[in-house]
Design a protein around this ligand. Sequence first.
Ligand code: IPE
Ligand code: IPE
Ligand code: MG
Length: 261
Amino acid sequence: MRIDTNKLAAYYADAPADVSLADLDLARMPSHVSIIMDGNGRWAEARGLDRSRGHVAGVDALREAVTTSVRLGLDAFSVYAFSTENWRRPQREVDLLMHLFATTLVKELPLFHQENVRLRFLGDLTALPERTRKVFQQGLDETADHTGMTFALAVNYGARAEIVRAARMIAEEVAAGRLAPADVDEELVGDRLYTAGLPDPDLLIRTSGELRLSNYLLWQLAYTEFYVTDTLWPDFDRWDYLRAVVAFQRRSRRFGGVSGA
Ligand code: IPE
Ligand code: IPE
Ligand code: MG
């Protein structure tokens, strides 16, 4: 994707002391950045607020991260919003999250139009409340012909469930005679995942300091660079995002080979 350097410079004015746009190498930009947005609950608890307030604040951080991703010229930006394990949370919190997904999506459609962002979802949406599903479908329909960045929202997503689903689909195709076992290769498996057609993430960011994947994109992260920050998700802003991308650009990605070869 092309970067609008004027817009980028305006977006990244007023730099803090430790990082600035000059640190960014525009020739080494990631194509796909993914974020495990974690720490909403701790953000709220630290302020003596209900966890739900953390999720509401997290929406603002997500809006900024989408805009940042567009300004950085990414092809794809994905976020982990709700895992298959998050159903274990108190019903009240689950209900609030489902409600937030629906209301936020409607509210942000103008941003997706303005920035030419195409929406997609990763995960099993059939288990979501009807209103949430309807709004998600509306988002898909309204952005289907957008040609800019893809924004992928992982909701009721679990990597193991995704791989099981792909295996089952492939088994059915083999059983029906449409595929031979020898046709099954990495590309074919990748095409049966929710992320089909998206490049693998170059950079995975996790906020709030946890050093785990929590069942996120197990297949797709095979060669992704990881960046973990202690910043809690509602506090994560364009500067934290820039720090992560700058750190990513300083890594040597060898993909099993040797440096510089
Ligand atoms: C991430 O924040 C948001 C979701 C998982 C939906 P958490 O709600 O996990 O926040 P912590 O980890 O409890 O602080
Ligand atoms: C991972 O965060 C899921 C999302 C960010 C949606 P969690 O807060 O659910 O992960 P654990 O429970 O700490 O592993
Ligand atoms: Mg958490």
